[in-house]
Design a protein around this ligand. Structure first.
Ligand SMILES: Nc1ncnc2c1ncn2[C@@H]1O[C@H](COP(=O)(O)OP(=O)(O)O)[C@@H](O)[C@H]1O
Ligand SMILES: [Mg+2]
Length: 287
């Protein structure tokens, strides 16, 4: 199967408010796909719809070839989900939470033991298994949530803003786990509003804003859309301004026209530049 997710014409409203506005999106089997957008863009809503936690108004969603409206249980069996607010039971230990998830997925007790042991070792949680949830830091809770989400061996893992609230070290450790899971065959769909996270992790990135897909592609392609070379310049107390060019020669030509005393940086365009240009979510730019 080439595309593990196929979304066509998805519309989701909350009363009068349109949260997802005619979304078409495909995710390829085996990739790390990043859904990048500012707060309120519609990322969580899309993930909740795909994982059958929220209903939708129009369109079709196929997960692993299953129409989620017609065959929700088959679609759900393919999906592991880690919500932004971790949904572990605080009154239980990590191991008990994992057992609860196994029971939910009707996994036999021998198989359950095997999977919990193997997964907790794989994710590096073995020594914390009998801790109560709240004794662990955010990064460890996230790892426990990942084990729970993987207990039924899903083909695709959804992670909604996985590193919000984590310190840099915990964030990097989580990135490594995500990469390793992907290397070992799990397709990853993550949402983020961190540009560097999308750039560091994702094979392809979809930029979403106000419920619409603005652009999609590998991070380096999105960067070159606006021009490979960026010029940042600042003169006379005006805000820093940005211009984008196809190459250094064109950039240098522009720089030579700037008045004396201008502070200038010429650099490669990054994903943040394209994001700002494509979403228009910034002020003070010169076109
Ligand atoms: N349960 C809800 N009821 C009403 N409006 C909602 C609800 N959930 C989300 N929204 C609105 O839908 C839009 C998309 O939200 P969301 O999917 O949470 O965005 P993101 O995850 O990108 O921050 C926002 O305008 C948000 O206010
Ligand atoms: Mg969200």
């Amino acid at each position: 199967m080439e595309n593990i997710i196929e979304i066509k014409g998805l519309v989701k409203r909350y009363d009068d408010k349109v949260a997802i506005d005619g979304l078409d999106l495909t995710v390829r089997t085996g990739e790390i796909f990043g859904f990048l957008g500012p707060n309120g863009a519609g990322k969580t809503t899309t993930v909740r719809v795909m994982s059958t936690l929220a209903d939708f108004d129009c369109g079709t969603v196929y997960i692993c070839g299953h129409d989620i409206k017609k065959d929700p249980s088959k679609a759900k069996a393919c999906i592991g989900m880690i919500q932004q607010r971790i949904s572990l039971d605080k009154d239980l230990t990590i191991r008990e939470n994992m057992i609860l998830y196994s029971l939910y997925h009707k996994i036999s007790s021998a198989e359950r033991r095997r999977r919990i042991d193997a997964l907790s070792e794989y994710i590096g949680l073995t020594e914390y298994m009998d801790n109560m949830v709240d004794t662990l830091s955010g990064g460890w809770k996230k790892r426990a949530a990942i084990v729970c989400a993987l207990i039924h061996e899903p083909k695709i893992l959804f992670l909604d803003e996985p590193t919000v609230g984590l310190d840099t070290q915990a964030r990097r450790l989580l990135w490594d786990i995500i990469r390793r899971l992907n290397n070992d065959g799990t397709t990853i769909f993550l949402t983020t509003h961190y540009i560097e996270e999308a750039e560091a992790l994702c094979d392809r990135v979809g930029i979403i804003n106000r419920g619409k897909l603005i652009d999609i592609g590998p991070p380096e392609d999105l960067c070159s859309r606006v021009g490979a070379t960026a010029v940042e310049y600042f003169h006379n107390g005006v805000k820093t301004q940005y211009r984008y060019f196809q190459n250094r020669e064109e950039a240098n030509e522009f720089v030579s026209t700037l008045p004396e005393g201008t502070t200038v940086t010429v650099r490669r365009t990054n994903l943040e530049d394209s994001f700002v240009e494509l979403t228009g979510e910034s002020v003070g730019r010169v076109r």
